[in-house]
Ligand binder design. Structure first.
Ligand SMILES: [Fe+2]
Length: 245
């Protein structure tokens, strides 16, 4: 495990350099909206509450996440990431977390959640989806959702919601903003990750250095992204490890 952690650190540093270069090359973050999935009418929940207190399997909004389909390789920034590092040992799966009450199914297919007038600090989140044997999970579904800059979810539409598929190297790229904070929770991004034909991993990503991390009842340091300042915004990296062959 020690070797594995070291490998992760080294690899993440390599990604940081590559991503920073990619962002700089773009003069900041670029937009790559690729909406295609037809949204379905959603009924938003009532008053927004903390999702930390929600049970692991919330009674409402049960998933039926976007169906995993053969994924076209992601284009654009994903192609500038380094290839998946070679490794031959097992690794710890990414821990699951509650979905909370604000998941909306049938999100648009897109790698950018940016849109005019949304505000916030731009965030470029990149990384890989790997198996416990460190193999890239090509075509893995990643379905992200988070609040706006003020800490509010869009429960009527699809603002800051979208799904995508990892490319053949298991890479993904998400352009969005740093989420806001709402009462009862620290800053976080929700995500569902699913290898084709495999169970769904529902979890959340956290940000280092947040004062609310330690006071958040479900915060897990294993889910911290690595974070760097980047031209035009912030760059973050995370590697999902799925418990699949
Ligand atoms: Fe949340």
């Amino acid at each position: 495990m020690l070797w594995s952690l070291s490998r992760r650190v080294l690899w993440r540093k390599a990604v940081v350099v590559a991503v920073t270069a990619a962002v700089a090359a773009c003069g900041g973050l670029t937009r790559n909206n690729r909406q295609s999935a037809a949204p379905t009418a959603q009924t938003g929940p009532g008053a927004q509450t903390s999702d930390a207190a929600q049970p692991a399997a919330p009674a409402t909004r049960q998933p039926a996440p976007a169906t995993a389909q053969p994924a076209p390789a992601q284009s654009g920034d994903a192609g500038q990431l380094p290839p998946t590092p070679a490794c031959d040992d097992g690794d710890d799966p990414t821990p699951p977390q509650t979905a909370g009450p604000f998941y909306t199914p049938d999100t648009p297919l897109r790698t950018s959640l940016l849109a005019p007038g949304l505000g916030g600090t731009r965030l470029l989140l990149t990384g890989h989806v790997l198996s416990t044997q460190c193999a890239p999970v090509a075509g893995a579904l990643l379905d992200f959702w988070h609040t706006d800059n003020a800490g509010n979810y869009d429960n009527e539409g699809y603002t800051f919601r979208g799904h995508q598929f990892a490319d053949d190297e298991g890479r993904f790229t998400l352009e969005t903003i740093v989420p806001g904070i709402y009462p009862g929770r620290t800053r976080h991004i929700h995500v569902r990750v699913q290898a084709p034909g495999q169970p769904i991993l529902t979890t959340q990503l956290y940000f280092p250095g947040e004062s609310g991390n330690q006071g958040d009842g479900i915060f897990n340091p294993a889910l911290l992204v690595s974070l760097q300042d980047a031209p035009g915004g912030t760059a973050a990296q995370f590697t999902f490890v799925l418990d699949v062959p």
